[in-house]
Design a protein around this ligand. Structure first.
Ligand code: ATP
Ligand code: MG
Length: 403
């Protein structure tokens, strides 16, 4: 017996009151985006509290695997939908159980449509009787069954399923708006981005390079990370803005207090990110900072950096231990790329003793002696490249004011 449907459940969405329909429709859109390669090869239907998907046989497993990464879905099951007729149900159940002759089973009946007859307890007795008549060697075990055979009597059909695979949960991407994520080549920022997706944010990405000090490989690494993050997105092409920061980096070599170089570099990242965010209509920034992880992530440092931002900065990892971040990084498949040993622009310009507790006033004083405003204008004008990342790959387009 082949289960030909995928039963999609969404949990948190059901608690959203008036917004519920909007959330479900976003979830449907995101699912369709992720399945765009299979257009015409699957049927998607709404059913109260569920989305039912029937893919063609040859793509069933691929579709199933993709759904496991779509935020907003709480769990999925391979399933079968049958007409609301007890005899049909009986026939199917006996057929299914025939595939599990050496196993014990338990029947779980959920009668959502209370008008359906017979009632649950009678259904269990009748179904168990039919199974016994055909397969007397198959045992019922209500405590420790090998398989749980679930029957849901719904309003438009009866759903039968065995396994339930937990998906990622969270909210559908785009339900919380659009943010610009500062993506380095490291471990943390891809994980932070994943967590932003989880709470329904749609992300564009910005990455700073300092050629020739940073290599093409380090940019490749960021492309690879973005391609990987794509599978958690809303399924539409991602935008990655690559900023050539070298002009400003060279200017930062003239600070009278080199220990402020990293702090000020980050303030410049944030300023540039604010400008790009405004152009692409992103409502906040996101970073992979975690309190106390490195010198630039003390509360004083975060305060000094935050001070240069007009937009709020989300830091989903602020209270995470590195080990926990690594665990997520492995589970979302970004870890092996993140640990490839290519320099990003920070590691190359780290002064001997970076300031651990910077002061806003001192940072401003330092900045007053360099030409940062003019250089930022130049960078925005000439040194931002826009890349589009989709299922098909990465391609470069013009950076303009449109997202
Ligand atoms: P990550 O593992 O994400 O690189 P990290 O522990 O190396 O983080 P930092 O280098 O201090 O930490 O960077 C803190 C945050 O600043 C990063 O998580 C990222 O959001 C942002 N960031 C750092 N370098 C870059 C860069 N070259 N381009 C874009 N964002 C960056
Ligand atoms: Mg880094």
């Amino acid at each position: 017996m082949n289960f030909d449907h995928i039963i999609v459940r969404y949990s948190e969405l059901s608690t959203k009151g008036k917004n519920k329909q909007h959330f479900i429709s976003l979830l449907r859109t995101n699912i369709k985006n992720h399945l765009s390669n299979y257009r015409g090869k699957y049927i998607l239907k709404n059913d109260p509290g569920r989305i039912m998907i029937k893919p063609d046989k040859d793509i069933y497993q691929e579709v199933y695997n993709k759904l496991l990464n779509v935020f907003g879905i709480s769990s999925i099951s391979p399933g079968l939908l049958v007409d609301k007729n007890f005899d049909t149900l009986n026939e199917k159940i006996v057929e299914i159980i025939g595939d599990f002759k050496n196993k014990s089973y338990k029947l779980n009946i959920k009668r959502i449509d209370k008008n359906f007859q017979p009632i649950s307890s009678e259904m269990v007795v009748n179904l168990a009787k039919s199974i016994y008549e055909k397969y007397p060697m198959i045992n019922v075990d209500v405590k420790n069954p090998d398989i749980s055979l679930n029957v849901e009597v719904r309003f438009s059909n009866i759903a039968i399923y065995i396994n339930k695979n937990m998906a990622l949960g969270g909210l559908p991407v785009n339900s919380s708006g659009h943010a610009l994520s500062l993506l380095s080549g490291g471990i943390d920022s891809p994980v932070a981005s994943f967590l932003c997706y989880k709470r329904g944010l749609n992300l564009s990405y910005i990455h700073f390079t300092t050629p020739p000090h940073t290599s093409l490989e380090s940019l490749e690494k960021v492309f690879d990370l973005s391609k990987n993050l794509f599978k958690y997105s809303d399924g539409r092409a991602l935008k990655l803005y690559v900023v050539n920061f070298t002009l400003l980096q060279n200017e930062l070599m003239h600070l009278s207090k080199p220990e402020y170089r990293i702090t000020i570099m980050r303030r410049m990242f944030v300023r540039i990110a604010n400008i790009v965010a405004e152009k692409i209509d992103a409502k906040c920034l996101a970073t992979g900072e975690a309190l106390g992880q490195v010198a630039s992530q003390t509360i004083e440092s975060i305060t000094t950096i935050e001070n240069s931002s007009t937009l709020p900065i989300l830091r989903p990892l602020i209270c995470y231990d590195k080990e926990d971040i690594i665990k997520i990084s492995k589970s979302i498949d970004t870890y092996t790329t993140s640990i490839k040993p290519f320099d990003d622009c920070c590691s190359l310009f780290v002064p001997k003793n970076p300031v651990i507790k910077p002061k806003i006033r001192e940072a401003e004083f330092q900045e007053n002696n360099i030409m940062w405003k003019e250089i930022i204008d130049k960078i925005i004008e000439n040194n931002v490249e826009k890349y589009v990342i989709s299922k098909e790959g990465v391609y470069k387009t013009d950076f303009d004011t449109k997202n």
